[in-house]
Design a protein around this ligand. Sequence first.
Ligand code: ARG
Length: 259
Amino acid sequence: MKKRFILFLSIIMLVGILAACGTNNKNAGTKDKKVLVMGTSADYPPFEYIKTKTSDEIIGFDVDLAKAIAGKLGYKVQVKDIDFSGLIQALKSGQVDFVLAGMTPTEKRKKSVDFSDIYYTAQDMIVTKKDSGIKTLDDLKGKTVGVQLGSIQEGNAKDLNKKVPIKIENRNRIPDLIQEIKAGRFDAAIIEDTVAKGFIQKETDLTGFTSNANPEQAGSAIAFPKNSDLTAKFNKELQKMKDNGELKKLIVKWFGGEQ
Ligand code: ARG
């Protein structure tokens, strides 16, 4: 009887210990873990993308930047791929510790998350087929224009629609926008220039022009849960990387030139 009871107790304790280990290593938001979970939408070369068709490793500028900053703070980074429109929610629910996804700090997003300082700036580009005849924003009148769901480009398209009536379509992933243009279902898509240029280089039937629709909200920053103590720590390291040229090195590595 006594033996059984001791066995029972040991099992309970073992289960308890295992559960504790599990939470320590995996859950975002645990205090004393050494791993930070980064949320991103890996459809955005060269910021973040899946390296090859055969591996699911996520690489890119944002991944390098995250690893550099977190490394200096004594953390490892685990990258989690989530649709762009789900990233803010993933932060709010504690599924991820921070988001690095070329995300622009807008007033609306600032209501639910905190942002670091800007680490890169970009402009919108209108991507079309070479033979589309679309050369200015006015040429988009009556056309079908694709944007990534939940992106600021979706908002910019709505603003444009007030001046030049267009039909707005959204997709979860950037490569889907590219495919829809190629297939002739979209006349154009609005994508940030650094990312758009990469696709245009690969897809020789595509071209694009930049549009300065919203220059005041063109930067990318790191997003954190509200009141996270990581924000100040990351900002400090980011500033050091700006000062000592490390950030510039990463920009040259991934974008092939300085800003
Ligand atoms: N900068 C834009 C925004 O914040 C687009 C970012 C899209 N990022 C991505 N990984 N797909 O809305």
